[in-house]
Design a protein around this ligand. Structure first.
Ligand code: AMP
Length: 250
């Protein structure tokens, strides 16, 4: 069974986001970038399926600038067999990414596509769903458990107030939630080996996908600065402040 895993290059989750002085976007100058955490979980799940003898090949794919090859190399170090870089310097919206992934899926014919549930930079939470719509495949989003059977995959989903398990006919699209697994770290020998694994580059034009934006980014704002805290001297003072200053109790 071939598994396609979509990985996105995003700002490292430890980095404090800065907005450009003209508020046109987030400032990426000299900022540490990394694989989107939910995509790390997607790679880990694919690798576990391979270790169980269920997956035979893992293909990692990214859409982004040349630098995004770093995240593909990370996926290769973690256990992917080969990688596909869809190269573009444009800001690519979810629908365009989904169309590109659909074209890659047409060529690769995977049985399972695993994506993160959400990219932590744009917080869209829609690429997997759009890919499922474009392919006509079933979708199991927010997966906290993935159990591949003969021709189907059972996906346990984290929903409000509990868990839901759905069975999808393969091929299918799965998006990962936080509790699906705990991703491993790449070991140095695997990082070295990953440099020799195959990495193909394609362009959106070659894949026949128009990636022109339908949405313009008008403005980016940093969150309001948090005020420093204070220490109160007694419970009575705390209650007084909650009542009369914060006005959160009466
Ligand atoms: P989003 O819908 O943008 O929140 O992203 C959800 C998931 O879609 C991510 O975790 C990735 O698995 C995939 N994805 C989004 N953008 C890209 C991209 N540029 N390249 C590869 N995968 C992507």
């Amino acid at each position: 069974m071939k598994v396609l895993v979509a990985v996105k290059r995003v700002i490292d989750y430890n980095v404090k986001i800065r907005v450009k002085a003209d508020h046109s976007d987030v400032d990426l100058t000299n900022v540490k970038m990394a694989m989107n955490p939910f995509c790390e979980i997607a790679v880990e799940e694919a690798v576990r399926l391979k270790e169980k003898g269920i997956a035979s090949e893992i293909v990692a794919v990214t859409v982004g600038p040349k630098a995004a090859q770093e995240q593909l190399r990370t996926a290769l170090a973690l256990g992917a067999d080969r990688a596909i870089h869809v190269a573009t310097d444009e800001r690519v919206e979810s629908l365009a990414v989904a169309k590109l992934l659909k074209r890659v899926a047409d060529e690769e014919q995977p049985q399972l596509v695993i994506l993160g549930k959400q990219a932590i930079d744009t917080d869209n939470n829609q690429t997997g769903q759009m890919l499922a719509a474009l392919t006509g495949w079933g979708q199991g989003t927010f997966a906290s458990k993935v159990d591949v059977k003969d021709g189907t995959v059972d996906v346990t989903r984290e929903i409000d107030g509990g868990l839901q398990t759905v069975a999808l006919k393969l091929p299918a699209v799965v998006t990962t939630d936080l509790r699906l697994n705990e991703p491993r770290y790449a070991k140095l020998p695997d990082i070295m080996k990953a440099k020799k694994k195959p990495l193909d580059t394609k362009t959106p034009e070659e894949l026949g996908v128009d990636i022109a934006s339908k949405v313009s980014l008008l403005q980016a704002e940093a969150p309001a600065e948090r005020k420093g805290g204070i220490k109160v001297g007694s419970v009575d003072e705390l209650l007084d402040k909650l009542k009369n200053e914060a006005k959160v109790i009466s």
